[in-house]
Ligand binder design. Structure first.
Ligand code: FPP
Length: 250
């Protein structure tokens, strides 16, 4: 793993990356439309940006990168667009199966995988098993697929309630830390930094539980144009923030 305290940004400045960065990969459709291309071309370019930014995150010592690839609401899009996104995921997962062990990259999925095509689900299961063999300190990318923050909370509540009904848990023992273990992100620290490109200023049902004290960074750049220097800027902005977690500055 890269030494988190000694990495430099694209301009050669010392960089102290957050441990966990989360990104809403937005603007693919507009990027394509601006070029007279079909929306699916934007997703193809966006997937390449994911590869590039994940590699950069790994190299500068970010430990977790969580990306919003497909929301519980994205099924409203055309069959063609949904199919194209699923096809891209399949292609990247097939590639990941061959390379993640050698590159020390762990891959996890957040979201309800039940409506996902069996072939893609099987691939996700395969990458999960490879990830289990890798060291806990290795870089981890979390792909949010059929993910919604509210859905994640509801699934967690249902599971906890079922365990209470079965007499395995008591409602009084539920606290922050215990509830976190029912989430898809169990065992992973909350993201210090959440980035949304493309000029939209909302969370769109992303990591609602985990974002309690995240810093937000918004930029007008469309996701396919987002590059390493943009990430450096987001990290620099994060460092300029005064994080008090509800306390008072000493
Ligand atoms: C949001 O942009 C993007 C998506 C809903 C899909 C993101 C999917 C990928 C980048 C491809 C697969 C991912 C991986 C990790 C290989 P938008 O379509 O809403 O853009 P718009 O707001 O400009 O229309």
């Amino acid at each position: 793993m890269a030494d988190r305290l000694k990495t430099n940004d694209t301009a050669g400045r010392e960089l102290h990356p957050p441990r966990h960065i989360a990104i809403i990969m937005d603007g693919n459709g507009r990027w394509a439309t601006l070029r007279g291309l079909p929306r699916t071309a934007g997703h193809k370019a966006g997937a390449e940006t994911f590869r590039r930014i994940a590699t950069y995150c790994k190299n500068i010592g970010v430990q977790y990168l969580t990306v919003y690839a497909f929301s519980t609401e994205n099924w409203k899009r055309s069959e063609e667009e949904v199919g194209a996104i699923m096809g891209l995921l399949k292609r990247y997962l097939l590639e990941a199966v061959d390379t993640m062990e050698k590159d020390h990259i762990r891959l996890r999925f957040f979201g309800d995988m039940t409506p996902i095509a069996p072939e893609l689900r099987a691939l996700a299961h395969q990458t999960d098993e490879i990830s289990d063999q890798l060291a806990p300190g290795d870089f981890q990318a979390n792909i949010c697929l059929n993910y919604g923050g509210r859905d994640e909370i509801l699934r967690a509540v249902r599971k906890f309630a079922a365990e209470c009904a079965a007499g395995e848990k008591r409602p009084e023992e539920l606290d922050d830390a215990m509830f976190s273990m029912y989430m898809d992100s169990r065992g992973i620290p909350d993201p210090e930094l959440i980035i949304r490109p493309s000029g939209e200023l909302r969370l769109s049902n992303f990591l609602l539980w985990q974002c309690a004290y995240s810093e937000f960074y918004f930029t007008d750049v469309l996701w396919p144009d987002f590059d390493e220097a943009e990430l450096d800027q987001a990290i620099a902005a994060y460092h300029a923030r005064d994080r008090r977690f509800g306390g008072v500055k000493k």
